[in-house]
Design a binder for this molecule. Structure first.
Ligand code: ZN
Length: 190
């Protein structure tokens, strides 16, 4: 029994030392590596005062999930604008899928569904993600597909990876036309 404890102690010591060794080994190359630039997308909530806190929460959920793009609220000069109102087709994102456009929050839909899921989902369109209504509640872009009880308002790992990939080169190489993506499945291209 004492021999077994001794062995366990030796293994524990080896494990404890490993991170130190690994840290020392990676420290030198890390200092010469160029850090990937983070692209900032400025958004305005002035057209959607009722949902400002939900919009900001949705943006914060994205900011804590991805590394290549960051959403920052700004009252003027924003490329992404949130507005609110009534539309029989519900909420929509009219966007180039790369940080520009208008996101419309529908009052009726915001009473039926969890509003932060709506704002985070619509923001997902502005960051480049399409709808995927057949997905589970854990998938942000499944939107209203899983029903009104779904309160997940953060992107899943696949959605995070996709957005990081789409923003790896910042605003560069984006020639997409604006589309209006309604949450009833209608997509209009401009
Ligand atoms: Zn959608």
């Amino acid at each position: 029994m004492s021999r077994k404890f001794a062995l366990t102690g030796a293994v524990a010591l080896a494990i404890a030392l490993t991170p130190l060794a690994a840290g020392t080994a990676t420290a030198a190359p890390a200092s010469t590596q160029q850090e990937a630039a983070v692209t900032t997308v400025y958004y305005s909530t002035s057209g959607a005062p009722s949902f400002r806190s939900q919009i900001n929460q949705g943006a914060a959920n994205w900011n804590s999930s991805v590394t290549n793009v960051r959403l920052v609220e700004r009252s003027s000069g924003a490329s992404l604008r949130y507005v609110e109102g009534n539309d029989p087709r519900g909420s929509y994102a009219q966007t180039n899928g790369h940080g520009s456009g208008t996101i419309f929050i529908d009052y009726t839909q915001a009473q039926q569904y969890y509003p932060v899921r709506i704002t985070a989902h619509e923001t997902g369109h502005a960051l480049g993600l399409p709808d995927h209504y057949s997905g589970p509640c854990s998938e942000l872009m499944s939107g209203g597909g899983p029903g009104t009880s779904c309160r997940v308002a953060v992107p899943n790992s696949a959605e995070r990876s996709r957005v990081n990939s789409l923003w790896a080169n910042g605003f560069a190489a984006n020639n997409a036309p604006e589309q209006r993506i309604y949450e009833d499945g209608t997509v209009l291209t401009f």
